[in-house]
Design a protein around this ligand. Structure first.
Ligand code: GDP
Ligand code: MG
Ligand code: K
Length: 300
């Protein structure tokens, strides 16, 4: 660690684009098959981290900004405002379009929003695997007539064409900076907190007054397993051995029930198949332990 190393580059990159242009596909490819804790449900949270790419010399944190579409409601307006303000804080913006779709009002609306940002905007022309190379130039020119891009990358998120080149360009562009997240962390979803609350809720419901509200649940990881299921590992933290016994129950029956009911709720929340692994441990002092408090989201 103390050896002299080449400078580390890191930063935040937003991906914007109308639905179905291939944003999630690109993220999955870049971050690796491990990621994709992407909720199939409509986004309710804003500006969340969608994936973290970590290499030896760099780390790119990808931000999703789902609010960038023409507002229909007050909430939309709020989402749009927060999305555009998030854009002013990233190091680069990837504007993704699909070569299969003519430039439409949703694309021009996004272009309009991007006028307000000083950040460099890269044009990603996705799905090039579906068109003849000759058709590419006129498509790109139509966008270049609208604004100046830091660079244009024709890519196939599905097949990977030009994706390494895109990453190399981003690395070059990002400033020297720290590794914001550990190597094995690939998302920073608020879902972690919601999932822990769902598990906690089941414990309190099923054990009634036998287990106090001080019981905590720490979601340690969410990973896609080989069967395509989302594997969630969580630890239930009790303060006393007696509480641990109640939570586990005779022959593990209680823990099994907690797990089943929590899993159903989590699957509903994430719109995804889930394998839930639960552990119970005792920690008398967890409430005084700042590390837990941070992980559990109780930050001041
Ligand atoms: P998002 O709504 O922008 O996140 O788009 P998705 O990543 O969900 O992709 C929408 C659809 O386009 C999916 O069916 C993808 O498989 C498809 N898709 C994404 N990228 C490509 C690509 O490079 N080539 C082709 N042929 N299809 C793609
Ligand atoms: Mg998507
Ligand atoms: K978190």
């Amino acid at each position: 660690m103390d050896q002299k190393q080449a400078a580390f580059h890191s930063g935040f990159v937003a991906i914007v684009g109308r639905p179905n242009v291939g944003k999630s596909t690109l993220l999955n490819r870049v971050v690796g098959q491990k990621v994709a804790i992407m909720s199939n449900k409509a986004q309710t949270t804003r500006n969340k981290i969608q994936g973290i790419y970590t290499a030896q010399d760099s780390q790119i944190v990808f931000i999703d900004t789902p609010g960038i579409h023409k507002p229909q409601t007050k909430l939309d307006e709020f989402m749009l405002k927060s999305a555009t303000s998030a854009l002013s804080e990233v190091d680069a913006i990837l504007f993704m379009v699909s070569v299969r779709d003519k430039m439409g009002p949703q694309d021009t609306f996004i272009l309009e929003q991007l006028k307000q940002t000083k950040q460099p905007v890269y044009l990603l022309v996705n799905k090039i695997d579906t068109v003849h190379p000759n058709d590419l130039a006129p498509f790109v020119e139509a966008y270049q007539a609208k604004r100046k891009f830091a660079a244009v990358f024709p890519i196939s998120a599905l097949e990977g064409n030009n994706v390494p080149e895109l990453l190399a360009a981003l690395k070059q562009h990002l400033p020297e900076g720290p590794k914001y997240y550990p190597d094995d962390q690939i998302t920073d979803h608020p879902e972690y907190f919601v999932v822990s609350e769902l598990i906690r809720e089941k414990i309190l419901e099923l054990t009634r007054d036998e287990v106090p509200h001080s019981v905590a649940v720490n979601v340690e990881r969410m990973r896609r397993n080989d069967q395509g299921k989302l594997r969630i590992e969580a630890t239930i933290i009790a303060e006393r051995a007696g509480q641990k016994g109640i939570i586990i129950g005779k022959g593990g029956q209680m823990l099994k029930k907690i797990g089943t009911l929590a899993r159903q709720d989590i699957e509903h929340l994430l719109g995804d198949k889930v394998y839930l692994a639960l552990w119970v441990k005792i920690d008398k002092n967890w409430r005084n332990n700042q590390h837990y408090l941070n992980e559990l989201g109780y930050q001041k």
